[in-house]
Design a protein around this ligand. Structure first.
Ligand code: AMP
Length: 282
């Protein structure tokens, strides 16, 4: 496994593989890896000759009052976790190299970024799209894999790849969960043990919503009221949003006629958690 710190080195590394006709798979991350990240890597590994993982806590996607400074970081631990995959190259640039003085370009995906997290994290998806396009230009992958855990991010990146004619495939992979249902997240380390118990209400409410749909209750207002009630009945929990949206456009739906994504953002104490599920009507 090669640790690559400069943009030029990464570009040269990838170019050497591409001229030989070899396929590069890529998983962008912010590090502090967990089994969810590793599942994306295994998936990309299986479809590529070489696997590149980036570890970069992207300042551009954090708001001024968000957790950029506190975001957990542990490169040595991450490198150990990636050994068995195996990962061929880890790209870990300095923020100053990614955003040198004078940097002023942004990539804006206009519509699918409006609702959900986009409403509460202004500029977040512009920061995400900008860094991901930069990473694509540096790593030049044939395949890039993202988690459905960040559903709006996945839709945004797919949209950008299509709109800008990027010559690569973007794939989503299912959310990995702890045995009790909590979606794995680097931010789960922020939770106290009591908050950790309250956080279970997110995945429980997703299951409840699917049960309601299966039982024939299709009105979004009813489902969302039940979801909010379940989450906020636990201490420390405050729903930031709970929405039912079309899986492709992310526009609100009023009924679950066929398929809809239930997306949640919840503050459990001071920790903001997101989760989602695709609800299907039988
Ligand atoms: P992050 O390091 O949080 O930016 O996440 C890097 C990638 O891992 C993104 O594509 C996430 O959607 C994905 N990811 C995060 N959590 C999970 C999870 N629990 N299961 C699967 N993928 C995940």
């Amino acid at each position: 496994m090669e640790l690559i710190r400069t943009i030029r080195h990464m570009q040269d590394w990838s170019e050497a593989k591409r001229v030989r006709g070899q396929r590069i798979g890529f998983v962008p991350t912010m590090g502090f890896l967990h089994e969810g990240h590793l599942s994306l890597m295994r998936h990309a590994r299986g479809q590529s000759d070489h696997l590149v993982v980036s570890i970069f806590v992207n300042p551009l996607q954090f708001g001024p009052k968000e957790d950029l400074a506190q975001y957990p970081r542990d490169l040595d631990r991450d490198l150990e976790l990636m050994k068995p995959i195996p990962v061929d190259a880890v790209f870990h640039p300095e923020p100053e190299a990614m955003y040198p003085p004078g940097f002023q370009t942004r990539v804006e995906v206009t519509e699918v970024t409006k609702g959900l997290c986009g409403t509460f994290r202004p500029g977040h998806f512009t920061g995400v799209a900008t860094v991901v396009l930069k990473l694509f230009n540096i790593v030049r992958p044939h395949l890039a894999v993202f988690g459905e855990k960040d559903y709006q991010q996945l839709v945004t990146i797919k949209r950008m790849a299509q709109d800008l004619n990027l010559d690569l495939v973007v794939e989503g992979q299912p959310t990995l969960r702890e045995p009790d249902g909590l979606a794995m997240s680097s931010r789960n380390v922020y939770l106290s043990s009591e908050e950790r118990r309250s956080a279970l209400a997110l995945s429980e409410s997703l299951r409840l919503a699917q049960e309601m749909v299966t039982a024939g209750r299709r009105a979004a207002a009813d489902i969302l009221a039940a979801v909010r009630e379940k989450i906020e009945s636990r201490p420390h929990n405050k729903v930031q949003y709970a929405v039912l949206v079309d899986p492709l456009t992310l526009e609100d739906v009023t009924r679950v006629n066929d398929r809809a994504v239930l997306a949640l953002a919840v503050f459990t104490g001071r920790t903001r958690l997101i989760d989602n599920a695709l609800l299907t009507a039988p």
